[in-house]
Design a protein around this ligand. Sequence first.
Ligand SMILES: Cc1cc2nc3c(=O)[nH]c(=O)nc-3n(C[C@H](O)[C@H](O)[C@H](O)COP(=O)(O)O)c2cc1C
Ligand code: SF4
Length: 416
Amino acid sequence: MTQRPLNQVLLHPGCRVGPELDQWLSGHGGEGLARACAAPGAIIDAIREAGLRGLGGSGYPTHKKWSFVAQQQGTGDKYLICNGNEDEPGTFKDRLLMAETPHQIIEGALITALACAINRIVFYINPDLGLAIDNMHQAVQQWRGTPPLQTAADALGRPIEMEVVASSGHYIGGEETAAIESVEGNFPFPRGKPPYPAESGVHGCPTLINNMETLANVPHILRNGAAWYRDLGLGDACGTKIYCISGDVLRPGAYELPMGTPLSELLYIYGDGMLVGKKLKAIFTGGPSNTILTTTDLDVPLDFESVAARRSALGTGAMIVVSHGTGIVKRVTEYVNFFAASSCGQCPSCKTGTYYISMLLSKIDTGEGTRADLESLINLCKILPGSGRCHLLDGAVKVLDSSLYHFMSEYEQALN
Ligand SMILES: Cc1cc2nc3c(=O)[nH]c(=O)nc-3n(C[C@H](O)[C@H](O)[C@H](O)COP(=O)(O)O)c2cc1C
Ligand code: SF4
């Protein structure tokens, strides 16, 4: 297998200038924003044509989300929350972007603000990501009072406020409505919907929430054009993706590759293959809140549609590789324990459901589970999805359901 020439955008050395704004602006930094300021009305069309999608896990088309917020009329505040909570095991791309490339995120946020008539930008960051939050603080400070920020404010027609807000560090704080609660200074309890954040978010104001990687792409699209961005992807996929590969591989890390790169390439070329003596068993795709791919899926292009066609989902692009010798029941038990501990407890189905799944899994994993316990797990996979206020519960069920689908024999063998 040969290595594809890397066409890095977000992790290009020219972007990895840390908090130094002078260095960012002495390269191509600021060019995307200047184009956006010249024609704010054309930004959303450019994002639509580029095919940019939410890279925080959902893959939702970015231009659609922006349009809802742009349509909100009124003279009050509008908020953009740049989501840097990143707390799910196996995902470590946003911390890298925030620590090494804060200015492309800030420039992307300013362009987003222009597109949606937003005047308040909040960089919402997990305080446990030390260098990330420090560098974002410094970088935001460096933009204050600069000509590019003033030009953006002039184009918007009012001042643009930017601040860094530390999240509480809880995993649930990354959920969009929990982030809104957190920004208001409350515990990150997700809110019921409707109203949706686009109508009523922070302090009742229209609010847009985007992932850091999504926003980081924006200045490059404005500078180089939608067609350029589309062409970066393979097949029908657009742009690049920072895939995080971890687990039983020789070279774990975050690799920016064309969206649609085959799983085998990520694993065997960039991840350098399995640890010596280890044989591939499965890949937890998109992190613990997602699904499993197996050895028959090595050819799958890692883009939203292709992975979904394999009864899985790309999610954040995190690939946790496990080898033979790793018990699937044990691993899924660990992941469900994480979700049970992360549940905010507002919804009985989630609080009780994650606890109950975790208890049944532990029983089976320790050889004490019965056929009835396994039947209960199968039934819970049918009745729990969609019963919680947010998707945390769905994530816990998804990984369990996927493991039952692919590795039922392991569950059966573990029964008492
Ligand atoms: C439990 C939970 C945790 C989440 N954590 C994050 C997170 O840390 N960062 C993130 O960008 N999105 C996270 N999300 C997804 C957000 O709710 C939201 O969809 C995302 O920030 C939107 O950005 P995008 O459209 O750019 O992908 C989480 C969702 C759930 C249900
Ligand atoms: S589904 Fe779980 S985490 Fe989400 S709001 Fe309900 S209790 Fe909280």
